[in-house]
Structures are given as structure tokens and as C-alpha cells.
Write a protein that binds this ligand. Structure first.
Ligand SMILES: *Cc1c(COP(=O)(O)O)cnc(C)c1O
Length: 379
């Protein structure tokens, strides 16, 4: 097929290259592409233009020196860890990890002789003492699910640097709009683009961005060999989503702050958890770490427990129960039944994830629309 003749014109919006393989004019061109003398693509699992363009945009957004887009947030984290660890290495991680990340360490990497230890990463003394044992990688999340507990990234980064440990920050909940972990000393930032960054609930993708360029060739190879690559259409949609990331985060953050304060005045609501509120345990740190706003995630607890949650879900149809986050639309999730379903009741109790706790991913709708729907659920 001959491509259409565009002359000197260029499409304003980047085209979608929905092709799994590329044609190469001859063997000399093939050699030049392989040796990076000439740009070009060969096979989409190794690299493709839409992932390339998305990665370049994300690298700027994260203030990194390179970025790699993978098929999901988990694929980006897996590729990052596989690039860094080998059998016998130790990983130190926060106790508040995303469920699948937790399983990746405890269940999967453990099978290959990579051991993981867990700490309360908000307790710097615990981190310092755990880092006395040689540790290859430390993994933390900027903001925990669902209670939005925060970690002082800068302080942890300093400790990691002193002990020659590579720091990876999963910044999915905060996004680079609120905080850029690479500027605070993290070596690598990983995000699920499936959530706020894609932002419309229609893609599954992830990204890893770093400062140290040495890792890029290896992590790219791992992505291809282990089959963790992205698909062009999701990259194309995500690049479009990123055009409004700043606006969406601002709108959702403003909505979330107002909703948190409003919920705290509603009868039947026994607790509101939002880092922007002075009663949040990490409010002081939040003011320092998140000067641009406290994000779109909040939790509230219904005094009536599980039955009250069921009634809320049946009545508030406009804020659907949907166990993900970060769409334009406000959605609710139920940590005790989804993300923390397989934790023991004692562990849930320790984390104060009660049967009445609802997690809200606040969207960009008009505030009065969300409030009216929430009021219906609470009535
Ligand atoms: C969703 C999520 C992931 C995994 O991302 P996927 O795109 O679903 O693979 C990782 N970390 C956090 C904090 C998440 O919320």
C-alpha cells in the first residue's frame, strides 16, 4: 500500500499507526535502523510510533530523561523490577501497596529468588533500619489506596541514596500534576495510565519514567521479551487524554475538596478521609508534598455498615459502583469487598477499612450534580 501524499502538510493530531509490523526498503536500511543510525520501526512489540510519541510526552510531564510505555500499570512495574533485580536481591516495600503489586513481590518475584521485606514507609526510622540490610530496590506509592496515606518521598529518597538503593515510586493516585517524584529524588516513577492519566475509563496502559538513561535499553528489551508491550490505539487515546490532564485534575481536585467538607456535615456519615482536611493523619505532610491540591480520591464511612452501603449504591445510580478510579465520571468503590477483599478481617481492622467505608473517585462533573446524587444515596 502506498501512503497518501501529504506534501508539506502534517496532520495536527498525530495519526494512529495501527500496524503490527513495518516494511523496510532493503537490508542496508535494516542495518541502519538496528544500529540507531536512522529512525524507524520494525515490529510493534519492540516499539511503535504511538507508544514512542506518548512516552516522549510523559517524559516531559514527569521531568525525566526517558520513558517507556507498557501494556498496563502492572506491566510497567514488572518491566522495571525485572530490569533491576536478579536472584538473591532484596526489595524493600511499603506495607500499603496496590494489591497486585504486593502479589508481584510476594508471590511472583519470590519464585525467582527475589525476597521482599515490608515496612511502614511513613516511619523513617523503620526505613532507615530496614535499609541496613543490603537492598537493591525500594518501592513505595505516593498516596495509598484507599485511605490516602502519604509518604515523604524526599526523605525516603535521601535514605535510599545513602544505602545505594534504587527508589521506585508508584505515582498513580497523585499523577505528575500534583507531584513529580523524579524531582524529589526518586530514580524511577511508575504510573497506571488506565486511571487519571488516560482519564476516560477506556484504556489499559502504564508507564515507567526514569532519570538514569542507562536503564532504558535493558527495560525496553525486557518489555519485548516478556511481552509487556502496549497497543497503538490505547496509546493514541491516552495522548488525547493527556491534553486535558491538567484541567481534569484541577476540576476533580476542587470537587473532591468541596465534597469532603460537605460529606463531613451529612447525617449518617461517621468519618471522612481526605488529605486536604486538617483531621487527616498526614495533613501536614500533604501541605508540603502536594502544594497543587490534594487529589480526587476520598473515602467516607457510613455509620450503618454494609447494609447502609448497599442502600447507598442502589439509590445513587448516578455515581456507579465501579472498582477502578480516575474517570471523568464520579464513581464509588468498596475497599472491604474489592481491593482489600482477601486481607484478613484483623488486617482490615488494623488499617481501619471498615464495612461501612466507601471510596470515591471524584470526577469533573458540575459539583452540584455530584452532590445531588450523593444526597440521594445518603437519604
Ligand atoms: C491500578 C493501579 C495499578 C495497576 O495498573 P493497571 O493499569 O491496572 O495494571 C498499580 N498501582 C496503583 C496504585 C493502581 O491504582
Amino acid at each position: 500500500m502506498t501512503p497518501p501524499r501529504l506534501g508539506s502538510t502534517v496532520p495536527l493530531v498525530p495519526p494512529l499507526y495501527q500496524s503490527s509490523v513495518y516494511t523496510i526498503p532493503d537490508l542496508n536500511a535494516l542495518d541502519r535502523i538496528y544500529s540507531n543510525e536512522e529512525p524507524g520501526f520494525i515490529y510493534a512489540r519492540d516499539a511503535h510510533p504511538n507508544a514512542h510519541e506518548l512516552a516522549a510526552t510523559l517524559t516531559r510531564l514527569e521531568a525525566g530523561s526517558w520513558g517507556l510505555v507498557c501494556g498496563s500499570g502492572m506491566a510497567a512495574l514488572t518491566a522495571s523490577l525485572l530490569a533491576l533485580v536478579r536472584s538473591g536481591d532484596r526489595i524493600l516495600a511499603s506495607r500499603w501497596l496496590y494489591g497486585r503489586s504486593n502479589q508481584l513481590l510476594k508471590q511472583e518475584l519470590a519464585r525467582f529468588g527475589v525476597q521482599s521485606a515490608f515496612v511502614d514507609a511513613d516511619d523513617l526510622d523503620q526505613v532507615r533500619s530496614a535499609l541496613q540490610t543490603p537492598t537493591r530496590v525500594m518501592l513505595i506509592e505516593t498516596m495509598s489506596n484507599p485511605l490516602c496515606r502519604l509518604i515523604d518521598i524526599e526523605a525516603v529518597a535521601r535514605l535510599c541514596e545513602q544505602s545505594d538503593t534504587y527508589l521506585i515510586v508508584d505515582n498513580t493516585f497523585a499523577t505528575p500534576v500534583l507531584v513529580k517524584p523524579l524531582e524529589l529524588g526518586a530514580d524511577l516513577v511508575v504510573e497506571s495510565l488506565t486511571k487519571m492519566m488516560g482519564g476516560h475509563g477506556d484504556v489499559t496502559l502504564g508507564v515507567a519514567c526514569g532519570r538514569d538513561g542507562d536503564l532504558l535499553p535493558q527495560i525496553t528489551q525486557i518489555m519485548s521479551i516478556w511481552g509487556l508491550a502496549s497497543n497503538p490505539f490505547d496509546c493514541w487515546l491516552t495522548l488525547r487524554g493527556l491534553c486535558t490532564l491538567e484541567l481534569r485534575m484541577q476540576a476533580a481536585t476542587t470537587n473532591a475538596a468541596a465534597l469532603a467538607d460537605w460529606l463531613a456535615t451529612q447525617p449518617g456519615v461517621s468519618r471522612v478521609v481526605y488529605p486536604g482536611r486538617p483531621d487527616h493523619p498526614d495533613h501536614e505532610l500533604a501541605r508540603r508534598l502536594l502544594p497543587r491540591g490534594y487529589g480526587n480520591m476520598l473515602c467516607f464511612e457510613l455509620a450503618g455498615g454494609r447494609d447502609a452501603v448497599n442502600r447507598f449504591m442502589r439509590q445513587a445510580r448516578g455515581v456507579p459502583f465501579s472498582p477502578s478510579l480516575g474517570s471523568t465520571q464520579t464513581t464509588v468503590s468498596y475497599p472491604a469487598g474489592t481491593s482489600h477483599r482477601y486481607d484478613s478481617p484483623a488486617e482490615r481492622k488494623r488499617q481501619t477499612i471498615t464495612d461501612g467505608l466507601i471510596r470515591l473517585s471524584v470526577g469533573v462533573e458540575d459539583l452540584s450534580t455530584i452532590q445531588a446524587e450523593m444526597a440521594r444515596g445518603l437519604s
